[in-house]
Write a protein that binds this ligand. Sequence first.
Ligand SMILES: [Zn+2]
Length: 327
Amino acid sequence: MRTWRRIIFWAGLLIPLPVSTAPAEVSSRMFRGTGMPYDAFDELHTMTLHIGGATQTIAFAPGPLGLTQGRILEWLKTSAKAVTTYYGKFPVPSAKILIVPVEGEGVEGGQAFGYRGPAIRLLVGDFTTEEDLVADWKAVHEMVHLALPDVSPDHLWLAEGLAVYIEPIARVQAGDLKPEKIWADMVRDMPKGLPRVGDKGLDHTHTWGRTYWGGAIFCLLADIAFRERSHNKIGLQQAMRGVVAAGGTHDQDWPIERILKVADRSAGYPVMEELYAKMRDKPYAPDLAKLWTDLGVTPSGNTVTFSQTAPLAQIREAITTPPRDSL
Ligand SMILES: [Zn+2]
């Protein structure tokens, strides 16, 4: 980039010239760094959404987008509604959401931040289509991250596991996905989270599979255990709502023990603490094939069929049914 344009850009930040006139290559460098550019919200044009009792402030970094800003806002609204359905409210009272246009098609990535307040950055390809936004899971995934305190690197599996497990369930509860789709995805993908040779448990095995899908296995097992012990009245959903109600959101740092204790107390059963003791430093491997059978989930081509007479069929249905107090 030519120097004079760079000077104009930085001058724009100082005396706020309209930053939206900055060239796209500046946006990539400036808005895609490792941290969240919180201060950019003072310079960029922002819009607000009010969903789930919260105010979401949306800003668009400079750069081309194939879809209108209005369509992007609709996508964020749909995503925030799904998260609101799951948690009973949007997990934090206010959040900054930065949309960064990048080259490509679809939502290319996302990240949640909390160190200067709850915030999300989403990278949206300039060739993103309507279908891409309808199919997107990343916005909901990042919003689920806002509903958990920041955890230390050894416990990222809990943060990612919750986001991976809750995102599709929230979208089914909100009416955006069919249950068959998400159970088929779980049957296909959860084996990626099983321990391999040499595994030292979730706290000590920081592979992609164990972090994302190993964490999701932990969440599924916890959900089922809560429901088994409570005669299907309480699930992971109530436990994690309890964490949010206790102030455990992404702008906070809590040790994992506190998160699990608050979750278990909210639900009324020490399920997550017990499961953590089992999975934290040992390669605990549940029999997933038996679990699908017990839940009444039978793979069929690239989808699944459901059995209503399987021993855990009612638990499977309860997992994707919105609680009565959801919106
Ligand atoms: Zn994540």
